[in-house]
Write a protein that binds this ligand. Structure first.
Ligand SMILES: *[C@@H]1O[C@H](CO)[C@@H](O)[C@H](O)[C@H]1NC(C)=O
Ligand SMILES: *[C@@H]1O[C@H](CO)[C@@H](O)[C@H](O)[C@H]1NC(C)=O
Length: 396
């Protein structure tokens, strides 16, 4: 709190002015996009004027799977009222006083798992079978990243008869942000694209695990017929055709039921360096980590996603989302598959290496982390350029 007020005073008038300008500029941009969109699709886009779809909606019964259709259970988000006050008993624990301050909020609210939804899309998976659902963690102010993803690898489409759908997962703005305007912009953006899921929890680093568990629950309720889920960050490059090919291979090998593949990290231990973003104090966790997959991007089968939801409810939340999923996988006795096509630390770990900007490598990979929105758009253009001549195999 001290920190926040301290910074505010130094910023003076400039900061609020700048943020107001930014909001105006974003609004104008979105408005222009909306006009273009309306011009493209004409009167059938009338539904586009409706507000964001709220939770409590019933899934249409036209295309449900037979099991659900037979007993006609209405699908709705049931975490409506929430009393997430802090757990006072935690303060009395002897380790609480010595625990690093950064973790106080986390441990005091650790019992709060499911949150009400502010923006929902119960219809996302309802019309026919979705082959692959692309699910992307994003934060409210990074609409430029979402825009780049929609125009590249996250474009909703049907490829060889396989339907691809996209969703962004968001919480609410963190303290000190211009919440009201950001929320208005987000709802506007969602009216255009209908691809935002938003929950009523603050979008902080330690709350990323909430995104994970709320999504698993959402997926279980609203997407009974989806086959595969790709989950990733909004600053990655994904080679969609290669991802689909990987799915085809695993299906041919009958390995799809347990499918969980990405950039697997084995034998890691908690980071004890207090400067690190990933620092975990001993009071919180004092064991080696189970194998887990870097959260930049991974692929899983929907069957496994449903089993993950079941075990996740038996585990206490852990502040690092990738590791939390690793803990769930361990409970299920599933070892995540390591695949060299997933480069969540970049192609070369040397950030300045030219390999990280070489389109021929991107042609052969599946996921590369991390690119700015402009880099993503440029790279997508280069990789898909007919004239790009690459050697048969660009070994990486
Ligand atoms: C929320 O829960 C706390 C303790 O669990 C209780 O003291 C408080 O009255 C509750 N508030 C509401 C609005 O229900
Ligand atoms: C997570 O979000 C909840 C609800 O907004 C908030 O009360 C809590 O402090 C957040 N936790 C962290 C660790 O930021």
């Amino acid at each position: 709190m001290m920190d926040f007020f301290g910074r505010r005073r130094r910023g003076g008038l400039l900061k609020p002015l700048l943020s107001l300008l930014l909001v105006c500029a974003s609004f104008l941009m979105l408005h222009r996009l909306a006009e273009r969109h309306a011009a493209l699709c004409g009167p059938e886009c009338a539904s586009f004027k409706k507000g964001p779809v709220r939770s409590g909606w019933w899934v249409s019964d036209s295309s449900e799977d037979p099991e659900r259709a037979s007993n006609r259970t209405p699908a709705f988000w049931d975490a409506q009222v929430l009393n997430c006050s802090e757990d006072a008993s935690v303060r009395k624990k002897e380790w609480f006083a010595s625990l690093d301050q950064r973790f106080h909020q986390f441990v005091l609210h650790r019992h709060c798992r499911y949150f009400p939804m502010i923006i929902n899309h119960p219809e996302k998976c309802a019309d026919g079978e979705v082959h692959l659902l692309m699910v992307i963690k994003s934060v409210i102010e990074q609409h430029d990243r979402r825009e780049a993803v929609r125009r590249t690898w996250g474009r909703e489409q049907t490829r060889d008869g396989r339907k691809i759908r996209t969703l962004f997962l968001l919480g609410t703005p963190t303290t000190g942000k211009d919440t009201k305007n950001l929320q208005k912009l987000l709802e506007y953006e969602d009216r255009i694209y209908k691809d935002i899921l938003q929950w009523d929890f603050m979008d902080t680093f330690f709350n990323l695990t909430l995104k994970e568990v709320n999504f698993l629950k959402w997926f279980d309720i609203f997407c009974p017929t989806v086959q595969f889920v790709f989950k990733g960050d909004d600053d990655v490059f994904v080679n969609t055709p290669n991802l689909l090919q990987l799915i085809r291979f695993r299906v041919e090998e009958h390995k799809e039921a347990q499918l969980f593949v990405g950039d697997t990290i084995s034998k890691a231990i908690p980071i004890r360096n207090r400067q690190s973003k990933y620092y975990i104090p001993k009071e919180l966790y004092d064991q080696p980590y189970p194998p887990y997959v870097g959260g930049g991007g991974f692929l899983m089968s929907s069957r496994l996603a449903r089993r993950l939801l079941v075990v996740s409810e038996k585990l206490e939340l852990y502040p690092i989302d990738d590791v939390f999923l690793g803990m769930c996988l361990q409970r299920l006795d599933v070892t995540p598959e390591m695949h060299p096509g997933f480069r969540t630390f970049g192609i070369s770990r040397h950030k300045t290496s030219r390999m990280n900007r070489e389109p021929c490598f991107y042609r052969h990979l599946i996921v590369v982390h991390r690119l700015s929105p402009q880099e993503l758009l440029d790279m997508w253009g280069s990789v898909h350029h007919q004239q790009l001549a690459c050697a048969q195999r660009a070994a990486v």
